[in-house]
Write a new protein. Structure first.
Length: 162
């Protein structure tokens, strides 16, 4: 399979010859795991909003819009849908009651927890079929990719506490 993928992606840049192959492999992995890894009943954009709010409880709409690089009307619609689904709560900010802060509801927190559990189990099963060296290479490579795109990765083996 690697040979077929490599032949599909001929690049002019010798600096990053495997970019096309990496992208295709990521797409294949995502498609194969869509049932387990998907974000249903929410869209990927709604789920991203929830992850941001989880990291930054009490965030306001304008800051959320900057994090998403999205226009205010789009952010408002995303939040409207999440609130209607029972996953998001908007309350006036104590310091300035004209400004709304965003927090996840218990149902929103539970949804993200369930999503993480499904994804972790699917990844655990897939990685159990890899050699330890391949597991370490994957973790190291993904960490470097996260660092390169500007969001430092947690060290390999680091467990997030709830």
């Amino acid at each position: 399979m690697r040979e077929a993928l490599t032949s599909l992606h001929q690049h002019d840049s010798p600096a990053v010859p495997e970019v096309g192959q990496v992208l295709e492999l990521l797409e294949i992995a995502w498609e194969r795991g869509r049932g387990v890894l998907g974000t249903a009943p929410l869209s990927a954009a709604q789920t991203r909003v929830m992850f941001i709010i989880e990291r930054e409880p009490g965030i306001n709409l304008s800051t959320l819009g900057r994090r998403l690089s999205a226009a205010a009307p789009s952010v408002t619609r995303l939040c409207d849908r999440l609130q209607a689904a029972g996953f998001l709560r908007r309350t006036p900010r104590p310091q300035d009651r004209r400004e709304m802060q965003l927090d996840l509801t218990d149902a929103g927190i539970a949804h993200l927890h369930g999503l993480r559990q499904r994804r972790e189990e699917a990844l655990r099963q897939a990685m159990s079929r890899m050699t330890p060296d391949a597991q370490h290479a994957l973790a190291t490579g993904l960490g470097a990719l996260c660092d390169a795109v500007g969001e430092p990765a947690r060290p390999f083996g680091h467990q997030e506490t709830a």
